[in-house]
Ligand binder design. Structure first.
Ligand code: PEP
Length: 262
């Protein structure tokens, strides 16, 4: 099954509105020809409105880095799916930084995932093991239990309305990426598990990204793996040239082809 690649840039807590808009414009310019790849950037909540406006009409989609599951109420400091709807088409949920630093539980993440789907915001649901868990051969069990927990409130696998991101925690922001064989075999195992649980057509249609120290040097080998449908990128998404290179590596449209048409 041909799945459209998605290159997603998690900007984390970097850049205020002006810098975020500049980077967004630059990403949109540099990737304008790569219409066969889905591109999404995830600025801070503060910059969502300005960045959305800046990339309107381009190939670049905008996503949020987090949200609450409730639509309104007494949740100081939070942002709801209905508030996001006009600003973001996607939302990152279950990122290991939210789990580890902010104590988000599987239960909370499951509520958010169901809420995002029902409010027509595509959740990019992150799962991943620690180094200790990998070394103890617990990776499969951990990932399966994270998937089961995140999808708890959904009856079916929303294959076209959700994205999964396999992000080994030991690879996030460390400069040590999972090698292509590790990433491919782990993602293939997740897809296989989803297939037994939800059926092969849904599991085949679901996009599963790899995230963890992706950069323009290692992306070519990772991107060519059968089950890797794109990347969730932190550090390398903060430089327009690097991020655009990741997009171009996953695109079959070369700039040379575009130049020869004009
Ligand atoms: C991330 O934050 O999801 C991530 C993968 O970061 P980095 O690419 O910097 O490892």
């Amino acid at each position: 099954m041909a799945r459209t690649k998605l290159i997603a840039g998690n900007w984390k807590m970097n850049m205020g509105i002006t810098d975020a808009v500049d980077l967004a414009r630059s990403v949109a310019d540099k990737t304008a020809s790569n219409t066969d790849v889905e591109i999404a950037i995830f600025p801070t909540t503060l910059a969502l409105a300005s960045v959305s406006e800046a990339v309107q009409g381009t190939n670049v989609q905008v996503g949020a880095q987090n949200m609450h599951n409730e639509t309104d109420g007494a949740f100081t400091g939070e942002i709801s799916p209905t508030m996001l709807q006009s600003l973001a088409s996607m939302v990152i949920l279950g990122h290991s930084e939210r789990r580890q630093i902010f104590g988000e539980t599987n239960d909370f993440i499951a509520l958010k995932v169901a809420s995002a789907v029902s409010n027509n915001i595509t959740p990019v649901v992150c799962i991943g093991e620690t180094l200790e868990q990998r070394e103890a051969n617990e990776t499969s069990n951990i990932l399966q239990s994270q998937v089961i927990a995140a999808l708890l409130h959904l009856k079916d696998l929303p294959a076209h309305d959700m994205v999964l991101a396999y992000e080994p925690i030991w690879a996030i922001g460390t400069g040590v990426n999972a090698n292509p064989d590790q990433a491919e075999s782990t993602i293939a195992a997740i897809r296989n598990f989803l297939s037994t649980r939800y059926g092969s057509s849904a599991a085949d249609a679901l996009r599963i990204l790899y995230g963890g120290s992706v950069n323009p040097q290692n992306w070519e080998d990772l991107s060519s793996q059968e089950n890797i449908d794109g990347a969730l990128v932190g550090g390398a998404s903060l430089k327009a040239d690097d991020f655009a290179k990741l997009v171009k590596t996953s695109s079959s449209i070369t700039d040379l082809e575009i130049d020869s048409l004009v």
